[in-house]
Write a protein that binds this ligand. Structure first.
Ligand code: ZN
Ligand code: ZN
Length: 316
C-alpha cells in the first residue's frame, strides 16, 4: 500500500490538516478553502499524477478544516449526513447550534455576535459542496480494500477507513495524538440533541477492540498505540465530567462553560464540551435541569463509580 501524506495549512489551533493519498487513487480529506491550502493540495495531487477531476475524495467528517475545499473535487464521498451538511456549507447546522446555545443560557447578544463572526470568517474558508455522495461500506484503492466504519462522537457523521490486512486506520479527528478531541454538539432539531459523549464512548470501545498497527489521524503525528491513547481519553473525559458535575449548582450551561474554561475566546468548543457532559450527566441521573439551570444529584464518589464501570466496559 502506498500512502502519501501532506500537511495542508489550517489556521485553527489544532494545526494543519493531514491529507492522505492512497495508491494514487483515493484522497482522505481535502483541507480548508484558503488559496495557500488549495495550492498545496494541488501540488500534492500532481506529485501523485492525480488531479481534482480523476481522484476520489473521501471525507472523514464535515468540519471546515477537512472539507473546505471539497467542492474542487469531482467525486466526493462521505456519510450521508455529512453530505447534507456540506451542501449548504453548514449554514442550517449553525443556525440550529446557536439556537441550542441560546436555550442553554448564552446571552442573545453573545450568540448573535458569535454567529455573525462565524459566518463572516466561514465564508472565507468554505464553499458549499454540492457533489457529495453517500459512501459505501467498502472502498477500494488499487489492490487494497478499506472498510468504512461509522464512528460518531467528535462529529455524528464521522467515518473512518480501516484496512485489516495492514492494521491501518484513517481516523479523522476521532483519535489525535496528544489532545482529546471535542465531542461537538449535534442538534437533533431545535430542542433535542444527540448524546454525543455516549456516542464517543461507544466509538472508543469499538476502536479499542480493533487490531491496529498505525493510525493516520486528521492532524498531528501518526499514532502507534491506539489503546493507550483511548485509555488516556477516558481518564480525560472522567476528569472533566467530575469538574463539570461539581459546578452544577443551579447554573446554566453557559455559566458553567465560562467558569470551567475561564476564557471566552473558544466559546464554541467550550459550550459544546460542557453541553455534551451535561447531557451525559443528565442521562445518567447525576444532574437535574430546571428552567435551563443544572443542579448536581448524588455524590462525587458515585460518579467515580459510574466512570469505573464505563471504563471497565470499554477497556476489555
Ligand atoms: Zn473535526
Ligand atoms: Zn480537524
Amino acid at each position: 500500500m502506498e500512502i502519501r501524506f501532506a500537511k495542508i495549512f489550517s489556521p485553527y489551533p489544532v494545526g494543519d490538516t493531514n491529507v492522505y493519498i492512497i495508491n494514487h487513487e483515493i484522497v482522505v480529506d481535502a483541507g480548508i478553502n484558503l488559496p495557500i491550502s488549495i495550492n498545496d493540495l494541488k501540488n500534492e495531487l500532481e506529485k501523485s499524477d492525480m488531479d481534482f477531476e480523476s481522484s476520489k475524495l473521501i471525507l472523514t467528517h464535515p468540519h471546515v478544516d477537512h472539507f473546505g475545499s471539497a467542492y474542487m473535487f469531482k467525486n466526493v464521498y462521505a456519510h450521508e449526513i455529512a453530505c447534507e451538511r456540506i451542501h449548504d456549507a453548514e449554514k442550517s447546522y449553525f443556525e440550529l447550534i446557536y439556537h441550542h446555545f441560546g436555550e442553554e443560557g448564552m446571552p442573545l447578544e453573545v450568540s448573535r455576535k458569535m454567529k455573525e463572526n462565524a459566518l463572516k470568517e466561514y465564508s472565507k474558508l468554505i464553499r458549499p459542496c454540492k457533489n457529495c455522495s453517500k459512501v459505501g461500506k467498502k472502498i477500494r484503492a488499487g489492490d487494497d480494500e478499506f472498510e468504512v466504519i461509522h464512528i460518531p462522537g467528535h462529529s455524528f457523521s464521522h467515518i473512518a477507513l480501516y484496512n485489516e490486512e495492514h492494521g491501518i486506520l484513517f481516523s479523522g479527528d476521532t483519535l489525535l495524538n496528544g489532545i482529546t478531541p471535542n465531542p461537538v454538539i449535534e442538534p437533533d432539531g431545535r430542542y433535542k440533541r444527540k448524546p454525543v459523549l455516549q456516542h464517543y464512548l461507544r466509538t472508543l470501545g469499538y476502536l479499542y477492540g480493533l487490531e491496529i498497527e498505525k493510525v493516520f489521524p486528521g492532524h498531528r503525528k501518526h499514532i502507534e498505540n491506539h489503546r493507550e491513547l483511548i485509555s488516556e481519553y477516558l481518564n480525560g473525559f472522567e476528569r472533566r465530567s467530575i469538574e463539570i458535575f461539581k459546578l452544577c449548582k443551579g447554573k446554566t450551561a453557559y455559566e458553567i462553560a465560562v467558569e470551567h474554561f475561564r476564557r471566552k475566546d473558544q466559546l464554541f468548543l467550550a459550550m459544546s464540551e460542557v453541553i455534551a457532559h451535561l447531557d451525559f450527566l443528565h442521562d445518567k441521573g447525576f444532574v437535574e435541569k430546571t428552567d435551563g439551570a443544572y443542579t448536581a444529584r448524588g455524590e462525587v464518589r458515585e460518579l467515580e463509580e459510574l466512570w469505573k464501570e464505563v471504563k471497565a466496559e470499554i477497556l476489555q
